[in-house]
Design a protein around this ligand. Structure first.
Ligand SMILES: [Zn+2]
Length: 254
């Protein structure tokens, strides 16, 4: 029984993604399954890159994957298997954009029918689902910030937290960070600095804009940041920027 998945980052051009076999479930002749299998609304849908990146492999996998492509984004590979023979539209060293057609769905290798086996490789295979469901799974917002915006942010943080102002974050800067939440330090001057920076990262501050207050919009943004950029899960996605901890570290690129 296939589940229809609403993804944020499409693999299939039709935009319809039926999950036929999930990560880590028994599949084909293997006891574990290192990716997710999808079929679309057409028999042989076109396969899209889920993110901007560099093609690091195209070829045939004799281990059962058939024709496949690997694209690397921020050190993480997204891999597409069982591609139709002769349909690969990219070659090693090419740069692709999110949504570019890279091949056509096939059934090469160990596939029982037309489908794409999608996998994420990050020093080993990991669950691909967050990479399909999150807005910015590869932290591209972070990388697209130019140094000027980041340096301005760091200097602003250092200035408002009474750290040495050199624009270079380190243990001394981190040691001066404070906890910020809806109820703690919720109008501290560092919040304005944070809001300006979050805006450059592409976050929508809503109608109040840069108001120097840690209200519901900021809480929502920080939760998104914790989930999608810091990579926190469950109760840790709390919208609280705790002194010296994960969210501060990520913001300061430490
Ligand atoms: Zn598979």
């Amino acid at each position: 029984m296939a589940t229809k998945l609403q993804v944020k980052n499409k693999i299939l051009k039709s935009g319809i993604h039926y999950l036929t076999s999930d990560y880590k479930t028994r599949n084909e002749s293997r006891s574990t399954h290192n990716g997710m299998d999808f079929v679309g609304s057409v028999k042989q849908d076109e396969i899209l890159s889920i993110a901007d990146g560099e093609v690091v492999f195209t070829g045939y996998d004799s281990g059962g994957g058939g024709y496949w492509i690997s694209i690397k984004t921020n050190g993480i590979e997204h891999r597409y298997f069982h591609l139709a023979n002769g349909t690969t539209k990219v070659k090693k060293g090419d740069y692709v954009k999110k949504g570019d057609v890279i091949a056509t769905m096939g059934k090469t290798g160990n596939a029982t029918g037309y489908n794409v086996h999608f996998a994420i490789y990050k020093n080993g295979y990991v669950d691909p689902k967050p990479y399909l469901m999150n807005d910015d799974p590869f932290n591209l917002y972070n990388c697209h910030v130019d140094d000027d915006d980041f340096t301005t942010f760091v200097k602003g943080v250092q200035s408002t937290l009474n750290a040495n102002i050199d624009g270079l974050p380190g243990p001394e800067t981190l040691s001066k960070t404070i906890t910020i939440s809806r109820t703690i330090n919720n109008n501290h001057p560092v919040i304005k600095v944070l809001q300006v920076y979050l805006k450059t990262l592409g976050y929508d501050l809503g109608s109040y804009g840069v108001d120097g207050r840690y209200g519901p919009v900021m809480e929502k943004i920080i939760k998104e940041y914790q989930k999608n950029v810091v990579g926190l899960k469950g109760n840790l996605v709390d919208g609280i920027i705790t002194a010296k901890r994960y969210t501060w570290k990520k913001l300061l690129k430490l």
